[in-house]
Design a protein around this ligand. Structure first.
Ligand code: G3P
Ligand code: MG
Length: 244
């Protein structure tokens, strides 16, 4: 029986099963039933491409910094199992408003082109609440919030700040995204007291998934969506912590 809630956010698609940040990975996350899918995006050669690293070597047969390449070069690369590096438009078309889409802004100057695309999609019937834009680059989040008022933003962090989640509240974030390595109960309680959702990244083992739910996390980013979906109920990715 699934009686406790923990949002499953499929990390880079379902990267435990298919090459990360590819259409195959997004397709797998959808097939597994994830209600929220995270992808990373860079703005390269005037295109929004879905990619995680700043260099190409780890996940493709290419070389060099991603932001120094042409779009044509990137599209010729093998991103794993013959998959191409997709664009954000292609990922959005595949998701087709069926799930929440978490767009993580990776490089500089991603906020403006992402804002433009979001405005377009919202004009075309996408629910604004089905987007969550996140980044470790908090300046980019401020920019996107200005460009797309009321868009939900998620503040990513590597460590735990001394004043806990205050910085995220100051950003007017919807959620704060700490890593599994750092998260503790005090931080989660502080975030909730500030009406912020807490989504923890790097949560792949079943015992960690269970521990995150126990200490009050609202969701986890996972490479294996089925491990969360099997045991926890889903559904609410738009309601603020205080309005739940
Ligand atoms: O957004 C959660 C997670 O993706 C953040 O870290 O490095 O996997 O993009 P990273
Ligand atoms: Mg990411």
């Amino acid at each position: 029986m699934k009686n406790s809630y923990l949002l499953c956010i499929a990390h880079r698609g379902a990267m435990g099963h298919e090459p990360e940040n590819t259409l195959a990975s997004v397709r797998k996350a959808l097939a597994l039933g994830a209600l929220c899918i995270e992808v990373d995006t860079y703005y390269v050669d005037k295109r929004l491409v879905i990619f995680h690293d700043d260099r190409l070597e780890r996940t493709t047969n290419g070389t060099g910094y991603i932001y120094e390449q042409s779009f044509d070069y990137l599209r010729k690369l093998d991103a794993g199992n013959g998959q191409q590096i997709p664009t954000l438009e292609e990922v959005s078309a595949m998701i087709n408003a069926q799930t929440c889409l978490n767009i993580e802004l990776k490089g500089e100057n991603t906020a403006e082109p992402v804002a433009e695309l979001l405005a377009d999609m919202i004009d075309n019937g996408w629910d604004k609440a089905s987007f969550l834009v996140s980044s470790f680059r908090h300046h980019e989040l401020l920019k996107i919030k200005k460009l797309v008022p009321d868009i939900n933003i998620g503040a990513l962090i590597h460590g735990l700040p001394v004043d806990n989640a205050k910085f995220a509240k100051d950003l007017d974030a919807f959620s704060v995204h700490p890593s599994l390595e750092c998260i503790d109960q005090r931080f989660i309680d502080d975030a909730h007291a500030r009406c912020l959702r807490v989504y923890v990244y790097g949560v792949n083992h079943v015992e960690d998934i269970a521990r995150m739910q126990k200490i009050g996390a609202d969701g986890v980013f996972t490479n294996f969506p089925e491990r969360v979906l099997k045991n926890y109920s889903q559904g609410d990715f738009t309601t603020k912590w205080c309005d739940r």
